[in-house]
Design a protein around this ligand. Structure first.
Ligand code: SF4
Ligand code: SF4
Ligand code: FES
Length: 484
C-alpha cells in the first residue's frame, strides 16, 4: 500500500503527516496518533456515518471523517463556524442549548388520545427526521454566519413538529420569529448534509408557506405579490419591457436548434440588454429563438417566500404558453427561473436548459478578448441545476481571456430566497464577503449567469469595493455578445 501526506490543523498549527492511502480520515487520525505518538483530539463513535460526531472541515468542506477517504494534500480542520475546544473538537453546547430552547419534543397538553399520526404523515416527513446532528449544515450556512438565524437543522426540526398532527405548538410562528426569512435558499446545507436532507424544499419553503397562511410574512414580500397580481412580474415596470420591444421569432442561419426564450422578470423589466445579447448570441451559435409574448413570472419569488397559492396560477399560465410550442426546448437566462422550471413545473412537456448548457453543446469560435475575469456561481445554477462546468468551459474558449477563480466561487451572494427584497441588510452583509472575495482576484470583471446575482453584486460592488469601483459585474451573455 502506498502513502500520502495530509495536514491537520492543531489549534492553529498546520502539521503534515504521512499516512497510508485508501483509508478514511478517521482511520488516518488513529494511525497518526499510534504511529507518530501524537495525541490529536477528535470525536467519533459509530464509525459508520450514523452518529454525526466525527464531522470536521476537510478540504474546506464539512464532512464526516468516518465516511471520507484520505487524499494526498488533504487539509483536516475543526468544523468551521464553531469555537474550537482542542484540536478537532468544537464546542457543540450552543447547538444543544438552542435545540432545548426550541422545545425539542412533541408539544401537547391535556387529552392526547385524539392526536394521531398516520402512515401518510410519517412518509411525508420521513426525510426531515433523518438528521444525525453532525452540524455540517450549520457550519456553512451564510444566514447563520451573518445574522441572528439559528441555522438549517433547527428549521428542519421545527418543520418536523409543524407537520406532526400530535404537536400543538405554533411551530411556524416560532420559526418566523427565529428569522425563518433570513435563509437565502442557497442550498449549501443540502449540499453538505450527509443524510441528503433537502432542507430548502422540505423545511424552509414548507414552513414559509404555513407561516404565510397565518399572516407571518415580510412586508416587502407582499409588494412582490402585488407587483405580480398587477403586472405578472415580480418587479415594477420602469424603462419599458423587453417582451414588448422584441419580435416573436429570430431565425438563425443554418439552424441547429430552435428554442423558446423564457425571459424572467428582470430581463423583461430591468436588464433588457441581457435579453438582446442572449438573442444575438443564441443566433450566432445557430439557435433560432422563439419569444412567446404572453409568458409571465415563473413564480420563483413566490415559491421561495411561501406564496405557493399565486405561484401555482403563474405556473398554469406558463404551461399553457410553453407546452404546445413547436420547439426543441426552453432556454432560460436566469438561474432562479431555470431551477424553478426544472424542479417545480413537474407537468411541463418541454425540456428546460440554461443558456450556458445550450451554448456549451454547440460551441463556436469566439474572437479574442484580452481581459481578466472571475466567475460567480449562482446558487440556483450550481446547486439548483448542477451547472458549473459549462460556463467555465465557455469562458475558457475565448482566446486571450484569463479566468481567475475566486476563493469560494459558489458561495452565496446573499440575494436569493427573498432576502434581498425582505431583509436587505442581511443580503448586503452576505454580499460584502462575496465582494471582498471577488476584488481579491484582481480581475477586471466578475461574470455571472443570473440577473438577480448580477443586480445584487453590482449594488454591493458600489457599496463595498474598497478599490474604488474599477471591477465590474457582467452577465455571461453580455460578455459573449462582445466575442461573437
Ligand atoms: S439554504 Fe443556505 S441560507 Fe438557507 S439554511 Fe441552507 S445554508 Fe442556510
Ligand atoms: S440536517 Fe444534515 S447536515 Fe444538518 S445536522 Fe442534520 S444530518 Fe447534519
Ligand atoms: S463516527 Fe459516527 S458518523 Fe462518523
Amino acid at each position: 500500500m502506498g502513502s500520502i501526506t495530509i495536514t491537520v490543523n492543531r489549534n492553529g498549527v498546520f502539521k503534515k503527516y504521512t499516512v497510508p492511502e485508501h483509508i478514511t480520515v478517521l482511520e488516518a487520525l488513529e494511525y497518526i496518533n499510534s504511529n507518530y505518538g501524537e495525541g490529536i483530539l477528535y470525536r467519533s463513535s459509530c464509525r459508520s456515518g450514523q452518529c454525526g460526531s466525527c464531522a470536521m472541515t476537510i478540504n474546506g468542506e464539512p464532512r464526516l471523517a468516518c465516511k471520507t477517504k484520505v487524499e494526498d494534500g488533504m487539509v483536516v480542520e475543526p468544523l468551521e463556524g464553531f469555537n474550537v475546544v482542542e484540536d478537532l473538537i468544537v464546542d457543540r453546547s450552543p447547538y444543544y442549548k438552542k435545540i432545548q430552547d426550541l422545545r425539542n419534543y412533541l408539544h401537547c397538553e391535556g387529552d392526547k388520545t385524539n392526536l394521531k399520526i398516520t402512515p401518510k404523515d410519517i412518509k411525508e416527513f420521513k426525510s426531515v427526521r433523518n438528521c444525525i446532528d453532525c452540524l455540517c449544515c450549520l457550519s456553512k450556512c451564510p444566514a447563520r454566519r451573518f445574522s441572528q438565524y439559528p441555522g438549517p437543522t433547527f428549521m428542519r426540526q421545527l418543520t418536523r413538529f409543524a407537520f406532526d398532527p400530535r404537536d400543538e405548538g405554533d411551530r411556524d410562528k416560532e420559526a418566523y420569529f427565529e428569522n425563518l426569512h433570513n435563509c437565502t435558499t442557497c442550498a449549501k446545507c443540502v449540499e453538505v448534509c450527509p443524510k441528503e436532507i433537502d432542507i430548502v424544499h422540505r423545511a424552509i419553503e414548507r414552513l414559509r408557506e404555513l407561516a404565510f397562511k397565518k399572516g407571518y410574512y415580510l412586508r416587502n414580500h407582499l409588494i412582490v405579490r402585488e407587483n405580480i397580481l398587477k403586472g405578472n412580474r415580480s418587479v415594477k415596470k420602469e424603462r419599458g419591457s423587453f417582451l414588448e420591444e422584441v419580435k416573436e421569432e429570430y431565425i438563425a442561419d443554418k439552424e441547429k436548434m430552435r428554442l423558446a426564450f423564457f425571459t424572467g422578470c428582470l430581463v423583461d423589466y430591468r436588464l433588457q440588454d441581457v435579453g438582446r445579447s442572449a438573442i444575438k448570441v443564441l443566433n450566432a451559435h445557430g439557435i433560432s429563438v422563439v419569444i412567446p409574448k404572453d409568458q409571465v413570472c415563473c413564480g420563483s419569488p413566490l415559491l421561495r417566500t411561501g406564496q405557493r397559492d399565486l405561484a401555482e396560477k403563474l405556473k398554469r399560465k406558463n404551461l399553457k404558453v410553453f407546452n404546445n410550442l413547436d420547439v426543441d426546448g426552453v432556454v432560460t437566462v436566469c438561474a432562479g427561473c431555470g431551477s424553478t422550471l426544472k424542479r417545480d413545473y413537474r407537468e411541463r412537456e418541454f425540456q428546460v436548459m440554461d443558456i450556458t448548457e445550450v451554448l456549451d453543446k454547440v460551441p463556436i469560435e469566439y474572437k479574442p478578448l484580452d481581459i481578466k475575469v472571475t466567475y460567480h456561481d449562482p446558487c440556483h445554477l450550481r446547486r439548483g441545476q448542477g451547472i458549473y462546468l459549462e460556463p467555465r468551459r465557455i469562458l475558457k474558449r475565448i482566446p486571450k481571456l484569463e479566468l481567475i477563480e475566486m476563493e469560494i466561487p459558489d458561495q452565496c451572494c446573499g440575494a436569493g430566497g427573498g432576502v434581498r427584497s425582505g431583509k436587505p441588510e442581511i443580503a448586503n452583509a452576505i454580499g460584502r464577503r462575496k465582494v471582498r472575495m471577488i476584488c481579491k482576484t484582481g480581475a477586471d470583471y466578475v461574470i455571472t449567469v443570473c440577473p438577480f446575482c448580477e443586480y445584487h453584486i453590482r449594488d454591493n460592488l458600489k457599496k463595498f469595493d474598497e478599490e474604488g469601483g474599477s471591477l465590474k459585474v457582467m452577465n455571461i451573455v453580455s460578455l459573449l455578445d462582445k466575442v461573437i
